[in-house]
Design a protein around this ligand. Sequence first.
Ligand code: FES
Length: 153
Amino acid sequence: IEQMPLQVEINGTVRKLAIEPRVTLLDLLREQLHLTGTKKGCDHGQCGACTVHIDGQRVNACLTLAMTTEGSKITTIEGLASGDNLHPMQEAFVKHDGFQCGYCTPGQIMSAVACIREGHASSPDEVREYMSGNICRCGAYANIVDAIMDVKQ
Ligand code: FES
């Protein structure tokens, strides 16, 4: 299959890539770039495990064709910490036990950061609504909401 050129900035590094047009952003990140922090749960836009930011907006990477991200800035869970310092949201998830198995955690944290940035953390109910696309089979929801409300203050 013919490859297309793609230039994107991923976690602060400009990447010049060659991709097949059919490849999703999720598969590009995981298979081609080995950024496996972004998880594949359903691959159909239903679980939120693949949540990343494109130009600051949260998206499901499994629903995004990589070729549509030309010229954009992509942030994955690997790009959130600065050096040895975890992002405040990562710290809060640790502090509040916002996970059990951890599989959904990268997506939860990327959504949680967007939740606050977009101003949807005025109350626990608003946080629950915003975070409703991120599924956690362990049921860590209460602690996740606590973590987000803690960072927000
Ligand atoms: Fe993308 Fe489930 S893997 S929403």
